[in-house]
Design a protein around this ligand. Structure first.
Ligand code: NOJ
Length: 456
């Protein structure tokens, strides 16, 4: 860190962020719930993906699956009480589409919907504001068989699903996030094939991006039709893109990567159109745009969620102009299990980037977190690197606020260890340790740190 990058970490209090600042935690349905085929739930693309090719080339490196995960489905009351006990006042979680509509459309599974109703009530009873993410990657497999996000009809299915959820929960839930990280599930699922549904198809990828963008707008309007005074937003992973130098081809690479990672989602929703001409992949979207889309894609978000883990380096290459890569940790720099170098200032850059659009009334850090191995010793988990990580990141949120960026909340990923997608259970992000054999929970030192901090 240079002198400029240094912020006083030690005298920070939660109250410095203001009394209305939202302190929360985040999680998602497939990663924690388990009960993968219980009470009428349909299969999601993740249920199918994790079991695919298990004995040949595994889709999950460790051959683990999320069938049981943290068993939140049966233990939600205890888990929600633990979140409240740490002092948080907001709980961001997602609803599983195939638990509610087993085939994605048509018949509603009442038991699935009732489960989320109980989860909402349990949050409220614990004085935790529920923040619902409608889609955190577990698409009904039945819809994947119709083309998934590549099929434009998904916009209608998504509107139907949103309507069912908003009608049931909208009397108690005011805060709604349409999507979790479109970049991750569109690129991971349709361009790189590393995530469900495991497809590699650049044009199909851009179709998925365009349909997701349309769903942002449709979803927001369906929520507003059903929920009085709804607070509607979405979340994006923001990994500030750095050029490798000041030469024009290096700047072009940076612009191209930034267009591919961030602008193809944000710009059309904000009425700015797609950033054409910067990346040949982005330009593939043209063939999927229909008359009227430019207008129908615009959203008036109440807030935008920034999810920050690392910055990006843009590598100049011929034809594609630039490809993204994660910077390697420098000597002496800490990095987490996903090899993300700890760079707290990048969080500030991501907030600054979103604010540069000049359109967002509220920016919330809807995810930020650190993965380690973590073991329980004498009933304690000494995750001091995570404590350090948090203590290094949240001051940059305060600095952003002091610099006039309207940041109104911070949600740590995740309240407990869970199923880290294609990486299985090994990367542990939680404030609460989960033993995936016994399913015992143990609050880590980072959880204890938060409890102290939030009490101040
Ligand atoms: C992004 C995703 O939203 C979440 O599902 C994932 O577990 C974390 N970040 C950590 O990689």
């Amino acid at each position: 860190m240079t002198k400029d990058d240094h912020i006083d970490l030690f005298n920070l209090k939660a109250s410095d962020f203001g009394k209305d600042f939202i302190w929360g935690v985040a999680s998602s349905s497939y990663q924690i719930e388990g009960a993968h085929d219980e009470d009428g739930k349909g299969a999601s693309i993740w249920d199918v993906f994790v079991h695919k090719n298990r004995f040949l080339i595994p889709t999950v490196m460790t051959r683990e699956v999320g069938d049981v995960a943290c068993d939140f489905y049966h233990r939600y009351e205890q888990d929600i009480a633990m979140i409240a006990d740490l002092g948080f006042r907001a709980n961001r979680f997602s609803v599983s589409w195939p638990r509610i509509l087993p085939t994605g459309t048509g018949k509603v599974n009442q038991k699935g919907l009732d489960f989320y109703s109980r989860v909402v009530d349990s949050n409220l009873a614990n004085n935790l504001e529920p923040w619902i993410t409608l889609y955190h990657w577990d698409l009904p497999q039945a819809l994947q068989e119709k083309g998934g996000w590549q099929n434009r009809q998904i916009v209608e299915y998504f509107a139907e699903f949103t309507d069912v959820v908003a009608k049931k929960l909208g009397d108690r839930v005011k805060n709604w996030m349409i999507f979790n990280e479109p970049l991750s599930f569109c690129a991971g699922g349709y361009l790189l094939g590393a995530m469900a549904p495991g497809i590699i198809n650049p044009s199909g990828f851009m179709a998925s991006v365009h349909h997701v963008n349309l769903c942002q707008a449709r979803g927001a309007s369906v929520i507003r039709e059903n929920v009085k005074k709804a607070n509607v937003g979405t979340t994006h992973v923001i990994a500030p893109v750095h050029a490798m130098g000041r030469k024009s081809f290096q700047i072009k690479a940076q612009e191209s990567v930034n267009a591919l990672m961030h602008r193809i989602y944000l710009d059309p929703n904000l009425g700015l159109g797609y950033p054409f001409g910067l990346s040949p992949i982005v330009d593939l979207v043209k063939r999927h745009i229909k008359d009227g889309d430019e207008k129908d894609i615009q959203v008036d978000f109440d807030f935008i969620g920034a999810q920050y883990y690392s910055t990006t380096k843009a590598i100049p290459v011929p034809f594609l102009k630039g490809i993204p890569t994660k910077p390697k940790p420098k000597t002496g720099q800490d990095a987490d299990m996903l090899k993300s170098p700890v760079n707290p200032k990048g969080l500030y850059e991501s907030l600054e980037f979103l604010n540069s659009y000049g359109r967002f009334k509220n920016i919330i850090v809807t995810e930020n977190g650190f993965s380690t191995r973590d073991v329980v010793e004498n009933n304690r988990v000494y995750d001091l690197r995570r404590v350090d990580y948090i203590r290094q990141h949240i001051p940059w949120v305060l600095k952003a606020i002091q610099d006039g960026i309207p940041v109104t909340g911070y949600m740590y990923w995740s309240f407990m260890d869970n199923f880290e997608w294609a990486l299985g259970f090994r990367p542990r992000f939680g404030l609460i340790h989960v033993d995936f054999e016994s399913l015992d929970r143990t609050v880590k030192d980072s959880g204890l740190w938060f409890r102290k901090f939030l009490a101040k």
